[in-house]
Write a protein of this length. Structure first.
Lengths: 434, 124
C-alpha cells in the first residue's frame, strides 16, 4: 500500500537517519524525490530471506522485527533502516523482516542509492560503521542464543542423566530381586530333584552296603573255618575265597562312596572349579539313580536300560555337579515319557531308555534316547524355555531343560539339541568340547 | 533240591554260593542264577521237566520286572514256589506280590539263616 507523504516530511526523516548524516541538502532532496513509501500491517512480511535484494528500507513509523525463520535477531523502530546489506553485496536477503506494528517504510532503490554514493563518497564511512553495528548486534544475538541453547542442552543432559541414574538403580533393584528369586527357584528345583532321587540313592547305597556286610560276615566265618583246617587244598580254597571277598568288599565300598559323593555334589550350591570327569561313569551312575528313583515312586514302573559307551572316551573338564544335573534331568524326562506311553496300554510296547557316548570333532557326544511319548513339533521350540512343562500342575517346574540348556551352552560352551517324532522317540544330544 | 536265583546284580552269585557253601558241598542244594527276568524265563523253559523247587526273584530289575516273572511263572508252572525279594518293604509291593501268587516276600538285606530254614523245612 503506498502512502501520501510529502517530500518535506521525507527529507526530515532521512536527515535523522544515521546513514545519511552529513549528506548535503541537494542530495537528500534528490534521494527523497526518488523514494516510494509503503505501509505494512502487523505480521506482513516486508522482505523474505532468500529473495533477491535491490532495495533498502527506512522506517518512517512503526516497528519491525528482523528474524531468521522463528529466530528473532532484532526489533527496530522508526529512524532506522534495513535491507542495506543485500543492496551492497548483491547476495540474496540473509534475513526476513516482518512488521510488528502498522509500519510505513521508505523504499530506496539500488540505483538511486548508488547515485548518491557516487556523488558523496564520504557517506561510505557511515555505511561501514552501520554495517559493523549491525553485524555486532547480530553476532551478540547469535552468541546469546547459542549460550542459552547450550545451557538448555546442558540442563537437559543433566536431567536425562539423573533420570537414567534413577532408572538404573531401580533396575538394579529389580535385577537383585530377580536374581534372588532365580536362586530360590534353582534351589527348589535342586531340592525337588534331590527328593526324587533320595529313593534312588537309598536303593543304590543299600545294595553295595548289603554286599559289604554279607561278604565281610562270610569272610569272618571263612576265617573261623580256616583255623581248624589242616588240609592244604581246602586251606588254599578258603584263602582264595577270602581274597575274592575282600576284593568285593572293596569294590562295593567304592561304589557306595561314589554314590554319596555324587549326591553331595548334586546338592551342593556352588562349585567353582571344573574337574576332569569320566562321563561314561557318570552317565551309568545317574542312569541307575534315575531309574531307581523312578521305580521307588512308581512300583509299576519298569524300562529297559541300554548303554553304549565309547571305550577310549577321554576325561573332560566339567562342572561335574552341573553335568550330573543335566544327565539326571534328561534321564528323568525320558523315564517319565516312556512311563506315560506305557500307561496308554499299547500291546507289545517295550519301554526303553538308552545312553550312548562317542567322540566327534573334538567333542564328547552324549545321546540320551527314549521311545516314549515324543515331543510334538508344535512344542519343540518351547521345551528349553523356563517354566514350560506339560506335566500336570504341581508336578513339574518346567525348569529342568532350561537349566540344562544354560549349563551346557553357557558354562561348557557346548550344544544341547533335540530330535523327536511323536509316539516314536525322543533324542537329546549333548555336545561338550574336550 | 534246586533253587533259581534271579537278580540283576552279578555278585549275588558269589554271595549265595558262599552262604550256602556247606549245603552245596554236601549236595543238599543246587543253586542256579539268572540275571534278568527274561533270562530266568528261558531258563525255566529249558529246564523242563522241572526239578526246581523255588524261584527267588528280585523285583526291581531293568526290563521285565520280578512281578512280570512272577506272573509268567505262576501261569506256566503253577506248582513252582516263587519268593519275591526287594529293597523296598512297602505294603504296596507286598500286596502285589501276594495277589500275584508269591509264596513269600523278603526284604533286603536277606536273613540267610531264615532263608535256609524256610528252604529246608519246606516252610515256603
Ligand atoms: N524325553 C522327553 N520326551 C517327551 N517330552 C519331553 C521329554 N523331555 C522333555 N519333554 C517335554 O519338555 C517339557 C519341559 O521339560 P523340563 O525338563 O524343562 O521340565 P519338566 O520335566 O516338565 O519339569 P521338571 O524339570 O520340574 O521335572 C516337558 O514338560 C515335556 O513336555
Amino acid at each position: 500500500m503506498s502512502t501520501n507523504i510529502s517530500i518535506d516530511f521525507l527529507i526530515k526523516v532521512l536527515r535523522k537517519v544515521f546513514l545519511f548524516q552529513n549528506l548535503p541538502d541537494h542530495l537528500v532532496k534528490q534521494l527523497s524525490e526518488s523514494i516510494k513509501t509503503e505501509e505494512f500491517a502487523p505480521n506482513k512480511v516486508i522482505i523474505e530471506k532468500g529473495d533477491e535484494g535491490n532495495t533498502m528500507f527506512v522506517i518512517i513509523s512503526g516497528k519491525v522485527k528482523i528474524h531468521d525463520g522463528k529466530e528473532q535477531v532484532a526489533e527496530i523502530m522508526e529512524g532506522n533502516f534495513f535491507g542495506e546489506m543485500a543492496l551492497l553485496d548483491g547476495e540474496p536477503r540473509s534475513m526476513s523482516v516482518t512488521a510488528i506494528e502498522p509500519t510505513i517504510v521508505a523504499i530506496i532503490h539500488r540505483n538511486d542509492f548508488f547515485n548518491v554514493l557516487n556523488d558523496f563518497p564520504a557517506i561510505s564511512k557511515n555505511i561501514i560503521t552501520q554495517l559493523t553495528r549491525h553485524l555486532r548486534a547480530q553476532n551478540d544475538v547469535l552468541i546469546a542464543q547459542w549460550r542459552s541453547k547450550e545451557k538448555e542442552l546442558n540442563d537437559l543432559v543433566e536431567k536425562r542423566t539423573e533420570e537414567l541414574a534413577n532408572k538404573n538403580s531401580e533396575l538394579m533393584l529389580v535385577l537383585d530381586n530377580l536374581k534372588l528369586s532365580q536362586q530360590q527357584l534353582v534351589q527348589q528345583e535342586k531340592l525337588a530333584s534331590l527328593g526324587q532321587l533320595t529313593a534312588g540313592i537309598a536303593h543304590e547305597i543299600k545294595n553295595p552296603l548289603n554286599f559289604v556286610n554279607n561278604f565281610s560276615e562270610l569272610s569272618l566265618e571263612l576265617l573261623e573255618e580256616f583255623k581248624d583246617l589242616t588240609d592244604e587244598a581246602e586251606r588254599d580254597e578258603i584263602l582264595s575265597d577270602l581274597k575274592n571277598n575282600l576284593e568285593k568288599i572293596n569294590n562295593h565300598g567304592k561304589r557306595a562312596d561314589s554314590i554319596v559323593k555324587n549326591m553331595l555334589n548334586h546338592s551342593r550350591t556352588r562349585n567353582d572349579e571344573k574337574q576332569l570327569a569320566d562321563l561314561n561313569k557318570m552317565s551309568e551312575e545317574f542312569l541307575q539313580l534315575a531309574y531307581h528313583g523312578m521305580f521307588a515312586n512308581n512300583p509299576d514302573f519298569s524300562c529297559y536300560l541300554k548303554t553304549s559307551f565309547a571305550e577310549n572316551l577321554p576325561k573332560v573338564n566339567v562342572f561335574s555337579q552341573d553335568i550330573s544335573r543335566v544327565l539326571l534331568n534328561l534321564f528323568n524326562n525320558a523315564m517319565y515319557a516312556v512311563n506315560k506311553r506305557k500307561k496308554l496300554g499299547v500291546a507289545g510296547y517295550e519301554p526303553s531308555v538308552s545312553v550312548t557316548t562317542s567322540i566327534s570333532n573334538g567333542s564328547v557326544i552324549i545321546i540320551v534316547q527314549d521311545n516314549g511319548t515324543g515331543i510334538p513339533d508344535s512344542v519343540k521350540d518351547k521345551i528349553f524355555e523356563p517354566f514350560f512343562t506339560t506335566k500336570p500342575s504341581g508336578e513339574g517346574t518346567g525348569l529342568g531343560l532350561s537349566l540344562s540348556y544354560d549349563i551346557i551352552t553357557q558354562s561348557h560352551k557346548g550344544k544341547l539339541s533335540v530330535e523327536s517324532i511323536e509316539n516314536q522317540f525322543t533324542k537329546f544330544i549333548i555336545q561338550i568340547p574336550i | 533240591m534246586k533253587v533259581l536265583i534271579v537278580d540283576d546284580e552279578l555278585d549275588v552269585e558269589q554271595l549265595y554260593r558262599q552262604r550256602f557253601r556247606k549245603e552245596i558241598k554236601a549236595g543238599e542244594l543246587e543253586v542256579m542264577f539268572a540275571f534278568s527276568a527274561n533270562e530266568a524265563m528261558n531258563f525255566l523253559a529249558e529246564l523242563a521237566p522241572m526239578d526246581i523247587v523255588l524261584v527267588l526273584s528280585d523285583i526291581n530289575m531293568p526290563g521285565l520286572t520280578g512281578f512280570d516273572l512272577l506272573k509268567f511263572t505262576k501261569e506256566k508252572y503253577p506248582h513252582l514256589n516263587v519268593v519275591m525279594v526287594s529293597a523296598y518293604g512297602d505294603a504296596e509291593n507286598m500286596n502285589k506280590a501276594s495277589s500275584l501268587g508269591a509264596s513269600g516276600f523278603m526284604v533286603k538285606p536277606i536273613d540267610f539263616t531264615l532263608l535256609k530254614e524256610k528252604i529246608f523245612s519246606g516252610g515256603i
